[in-house]
Design a protein around this ligand. Structure first.
Ligand SMILES: Nc1ncnc2c1ncn2[C@@H]1O[C@H](C[S@+](CC[C@H]([NH3+])C(=O)[O-])CC(=O)[O-])[C@@H](O)[C@H]1O
Length: 321
């Protein structure tokens, strides 16, 4: 079963109550009536050929196997499965000889943050809003003992399951849940990543407190989010959409974000990177054929189509007390 090894691990670290709750909740969330397309997606996953990839590399491109591992019929079947799960936002991946050029160069974010975080070797890691698990695979590569990804979007969980079908990792599991479904006062993880999630939360302070509660004492938070230029105390609340996104609530300045983290009790708070999102990092590709960043900005790239500052993203690292 897809998640059994994770449940076993939870048992081994004394989380027996949550182990059962999580198993029940996950089974319910993945039952076919939960989403109109789940039955079709799950049938596709179940029918995938069983193939042991000759090599697996979690570099900038997550590479699983190569051309010689599959025959023409298997390749067609896998390609059709990948296409059933369009759009592919986070990557890049290469599955056998199929290159998945995703909307985001997610490897660039990883390169920006990696020099600044505690080494992940031996750590239990939570990736909130981890999408299809791209960064989770990078965390496995860095030696994490266990990586739990959580993401409420079924499509992304299906994308993870497709890759996991071939990778068969014992250390990386993406669950179909949101941060609000994590137990309070968990104090379990050594590192918690929250990347690209804070501005989607109606209550950013509560989100930071939830991140803190998932961390053990002294654990590390890696927070990546949209910021705007401005002084301490300033945050932008878009009137409606921001860069055409409907669910954006608060975009603070870096100094405001540091204040929020301070008031939530975090320590050793440091901003390690601020970078504008370039049209090379987020763009339309054949694997994400609808509108992308270029369609959400004015022609000079300075403002969003709504007239707000163009996307600028910060990475902040902090410790739980
Ligand atoms: N309540 C929630 N709880 C958890 N996740 C959520 C919630 N609501 C939405 N999400 C998920 O948060 C992710 C945000 S994308 C960042 C992906 C990756 N981390 C990245 O840094 O590239 C945003 C971006 O592209 O910047 C999506 O996968 C949502 O389904």
């Amino acid at each position: 079963m897809t998640y059994q090894l994770f449940y076993d691990w939870l048992g081994s670290v004394g989380q027996t109550t949550w182990q059962h709750q999580l198993a029940q909740y996950t089974t319910r969330r993945l039952s076919p009536e939960q989403h109109g397309k789940l039955p079709e997606w799950q049938a596709m996953l179940k029918a995938l050929p069983v193939i042991k990839p000759s090599e697996i590399k979690f570099d900038d491109v997550i590479q699983i196997g190569n051309a010689a591992d599959v025959d023409a019929q298997q390749r067609e079947q896998i390609l059709a499965g990948l296409k059933l799960l369009l759009p592919w936002r986070k990557g890049p991946y290469q599955l056998f000889d199929i290159e998945i050029d995703t909307e985001w160069r997610s490897d660039w974010k990883w390169q920006r943050l990696k020099p600044h975080i505690q080494p992940l070797s031996g750590r239990a890691v939570l990736d909130i809003g981890g999408g299809n698990g791209y960064h989770g695979w990078r965390m496995v590569e860095e030696g994490a003992q266990m990586v739990m990804g959580i993401d409420p979007t079924w499509l992304f969980v299906m994308q993870y399951q497709l890759m996991q079908h071939f990778i068969q990792s014992e250390r990386h599991f993406v669950f179909p849940l949101g941060i609000e479904h994590m137990p309070p006062e968990l104090a379990l993880f050594d590192t918690v990543f929250s990347m690209g999630v804070l501005y989607h939360r109606r209550s950013p302070i509560d989100h930071l407190m939830e991140c803190r509660q998932c961390l053990r004492s002294g654990g590390e938070l890696v927070l990546e989010t949209l910021v705007v230029p401005g002084e301490a105390g300033y945050a932008l609340m878009p009137e409606n959409r921001y860069a055409r996104m409907r669910n954006v609530w608060f975009i603070p300045s870096v100094d405001t974000l540091i204040q929020w983290l301070t008031r939530c009790g975090f320590q050793a708070i440091r901003c390690v990177d601020v970078s504008p999102t370039s049209l090379a990092e987020q763009r339309r590709t054949s694997w994400m054929p609808s509108q992308s960043l270029a369609d959400f900005l004015t022609e000079d790239g300075e403002l969003t189509v709504e007239g707000y500052p163009a996307p600028l993203r910060a990475i902040i690292v902090a410790n739980s007390p």
